[in-house]
Write a protein that binds this ligand. Structure first.
Ligand code: SF4
Length: 467
């Protein structure tokens, strides 16, 4: 039972870097927060692609010297959390395929919002899908359209439509690309004489690479032995729809994502939350680790002491978490313990970055009260989450989203809080000034810019496939 949405995946690519696979594995360690179900690396060597992947964490899939056995100076890697397709070996990435253009490997972060139409169209043209993940669509599109050169690959990417950040590996080159609206993050940099791409800059820090820039929405960056070149496969004047939840929750606080440092952005969210929903309280306590940065900002905003009233045990696996009220309460205690001397007789403001099902938050409220807190006020550093995501983030079903089925007052009562305040959507997007409309807010607003059947507004993003 998870109480936060989960990300879809992390990707990394290295080109012209000696012993690329061990470095790719190292980079994947830094991206582990983006997916823990499977990990894999594909390399290119002597005109052939090589692949190793498995279920589990990077440290277990690439235990010992497994990565060293993958030859080559070019590699792509992937960590997966399943949002489209089951969690099984076949769906682990990278996916490698052979078509008339040769071999190709794909590592994809995101969900293709129009995947059903693409799947139906490709199947009716004779495609046989080997996995249950929409990422395979990239390979089939390449095969169907006989895409080999850069322009042809660009056309494939335009056909796939949002949402993707993808790295593609061929025997002679590597391509890093983002969909035309730029939902998911992707950055490029330098490592010695070589080039790198990754979902987040924390992977660059891990391997000693230097960040250069974001891949732009609708851009593909091509690395081959002669050069690094950029091509746009979609209109460049589209307003982007960067995933705001990346900044609020998913991305590591120390990364650089969409030009922001998530830790600092979350602090600003907390400060804005303090302006919108001040509380008459003694201390501010974060729900660890997700609410840490926002709680700092909230405490700063009201000049209240920031206290670690809850301590997280980082060694609790998901397997411990089982259904049933008693088991859940025990699981919550196992994961977070109250520091009694900190909260006793205090009016506590509990801060988190988001509230999805509310099960953990409700249990933490009870724990704080039983440890002697006089009042517990809950503050959430994003708007009420009422709608699912179709762009590559795993949410519970709509009916399980607390804010979808209950009013704010009912949520407060259910969670037994003395008060409840969410950051407003205007307050959140207002933090970006004139760029306030450059972000996706669908899970709060319910308005989906890129959706199947929305070709009227999305001519540039969904080009019909001529099958
Ligand atoms: S719906 Fe929410 S989680 Fe999904 S891309 Fe948009 S902001 Fe991100």
């Amino acid at each position: 039972m998870h109480d936060h949405p989960r990300d879809a995946c992390g990707v990394i690519g290295l080109y012209n870097v000696p012993d690329a696979a061990p470095l790719a594995a190292l980079g994947l360690h830094a991206l582990q927060h983006r997916g823990q179900e499977s990990a894999g690396i594909a390399t290119s060597h002597d005109g052939r692609l090589h692949l190793y992947k498995g279920m589990g964490l990077v440290s277990s899939v690439f235990a010992g010297d497994i990565a060293r056995r993958l030859p080559g100076n070019a590699a792509i890697g992937h960590v997966r959390y399943s949002t489209a397709g089951e969690s099984n070996f076949a769906n682990a990435q990278p996916l490698v395929g052979r078509y008339s253009g040769g071999e190709a490997a794909v590592a994809h972060n995101g969900n293709l919002a129009d995947s059903q139409r693409l799947y139906n169209a490709l199947c009716s043209g004779g495609a046989l899908f080997q996995t249950g993940t929409d990422s395979e669509i990239f390979l089939h599109l390449m095969a169907h359209e006989l895409a080999v050169n850069d322009e042809e690959i660009g056309r494939i990417l335009a056909l796939a439509g949002p949402a993707f950040a993808v790295v593609l590996l061929f025997p002679d080159r590597l391509i890093a690309a983002r969909d035309p609206l730029g939902y998911r993050p992707l950055v490029v940099g330098r490592l010695g004489e070589g080039s790198v791409a990754a979902s987040e800059t924390c992977a660059f820090d891990q391997i000693g690479a230097v960040f250069e820039r974001e891949v732009q929405p609708g851009e593909m960056v091509v690395f081959d032995k002669n050069e690094c070149r950029s091509m746009f496969f979609a209109e460049q004047n589209l307003t982007p729809a960067r995933c705001l939840l990346e900044l609020i929750y998913f991305a590591r606080p120390d990364s650089l994502v969409f030009g922001e440092t998530p830790h600092l952005f979350r602090r600003r969210c907390g400060m804005r939350l303090a302006q919108e929903h001040p509380a008459d309280a003694d201390i501010v306590v974060p729900i660890p680790d997700s609410g840490m940065s926002a709680a700092m900002g909230y405490a700063d905003g009201l000049n209240l002491p920031f206290e670690r009233g809850l301590i997280r045990n980082h060694y609790v696996g998901r397997s411990f978490i089982s259904p049933g009220q008693e088991a859940r309460a025990a699981a919550v205690r196992m994961k977070n313990n109250v520091v009694r001397e900190v909260v006793r007789d205090k009016r506590v403001v509990l801060v988190d970055d988001s509230l999805i099902r509310g099960t953990t938050t409700s249990a933490l409220g009870r724990e704080l009260r039983s440890a002697g807190a006089r009042e517990v006020h809950l503050r959430i550093a994003c708007p009420p989450t009422r709608h699912p995501c179709i762009y590559g983030v795993d949410f519970p079903r709509r009916e399980e989203l607390l804010a979808h089925r209950l009013s704010l007052e009912d949520i407060r009562t259910l969670l037994n809080m003395d008060s409840l305040g969410y950051l407003s959507l205007e307050g959140l997007t207002g933090l970006f000034g004139e760029d306030s409309d450059c972000f996706c807010t669908s899970c709060w607003s319910g308005e989906y810019r890129a959706a199947p059947g929305r070709k009227d507004r999305l001519k540039a993003e969904f080009i019909p496939i001529p099958l």
